[in-house]
Write a protein that binds this ligand. Structure first.
Ligand SMILES: O=P(O)(O)OC[C@H]1O[C@@H](O)[C@H](O)[C@@H](O)[C@@H]1O
Length: 282
């Protein structure tokens, strides 16, 4: 164990390093494998906003199922691009990240992480990538892509957050409207349901940019604020798919809902410019 700052310490568990933060406002756990936030618990109510699968593989051999995977420099499979050797959701969620900066302030603990390798097969840009995490009375995550090259770069990405819910069958999502593309139906376009509830596999790209969403489960409300995105992705694998996934338990789908702040239609970043995707959770 190594103390990193007044509220943060580094612990080694299985094969991965974890940063544990415990300050006046909240606790959080962040894995250096994937730059992956695993837990965020405000002290005001003691409720973890994030879900991690009981069957998640936590030894650094596979992206962690749960928490907040960082999908970059592409989201999904680049919508069917020919080269299936490229990893789903990009290559930084399978890397060990390093700590760039850590600082205490009068509103919380700020942590900055960067992946070990930003360039990779399937991405032609020359970029830097920084994850800025602020742990206070809310969790604020900023994913900052800077173009270091002489030509414009293009990328897609997501903060692929797995939110914890008591029971998906009694969960309602508010704040979304308009059309979505349904991945379970060959990307056919449908209207967002009202009320938005869950009773089957759900895999949707909502082509809208709401700033605020709420995940409501009984009397519990998790608020999600997004910036810099072009889409919100909503995913729950439901029973059959959960059973087929090695890192989900059969019943795992009952207690999670992914609401992802995403860029799915390609963001072009000019030389020397930055683009920032933000998700704030409380
Ligand atoms: O299994 P992975 O690569 O972590 O992806 C999980 C899910 O991530 C979602 O974002 C996608 O829309 C789903 O289609 C996908 O199944």
């Amino acid at each position: 164990m190594e103390q990193l700052s007044e509220s943060a310490r580094l612990v080694h568990r299985n094969n991965i390093d974890l940063i544990e933060i415990d300050n006046r406002w909240s606790t959080a756990t962040i894995s250096l494998f994937g730059g992956h936030i695993l837990s965020y618990v405000p002290k005001s109510d003691g409720r973890d906003r994030l879900w991690v699968s009981d069957a998640a593989i936590m030894d650094g051999s596979k992206a962690i199922r749960g928490g907040i995977p960082i999908c970059w420099p592409w989201f999904g499979d680049l919508h069917g691009q020919a080269d299936t050797s490229l990893p789903s959701h990009g290559y930084v969620r399978n890397q060990t990240w390093r700590i760039i900066h850590i600082q205490e302030s009068d509103t919380g603990t700020q942590l900055q992480l960067a992946p070990s390798c930003v360039q990779g097969k399937g991405f032609l840009g020359e970029a830097s990538l920084l994850l800025d995490v602020h742990v206070g009375d809310e969790l604020c995550i900023s994913l900052i892509t800077k173009n270091l090259g002489d030509a414009s770069l293009s990328y897609t990405a997501a903060l692929h957050t797995y939110f914890a819910v008591d029971d998906i069958k009694h969960t309602e999502l508010t704040g979304l409207s308009g059309e979505y593309k349904d991945k379970t139906q060959q990307f056919a376009i449908f209207q967002t349901p009202e009320p938005y509830r869950f009773s089957a596999e759900t895999d949707r790209v909502h082509l809208c940019q709401p700033s605020s969403l709420s995940i409501n489960n009984n009397d519990k409300h998790t608020l999600v604020h997004s910036e810099g995105h072009d889409s919100i992705v909503v995913w729950n694998p439901w029973a059959d798919k959960s059973t087929s996934m090695a890192d989900m338990t059969n019943e795992g789908f009952r207690n999670m809902l992914c609401v992802e702040t995403a860029v799915t239609t390609t963001k072009v970043v000019a030389p020397n410019e930055k683009h920032v995707i933000v998700q704030r959770i409380r």
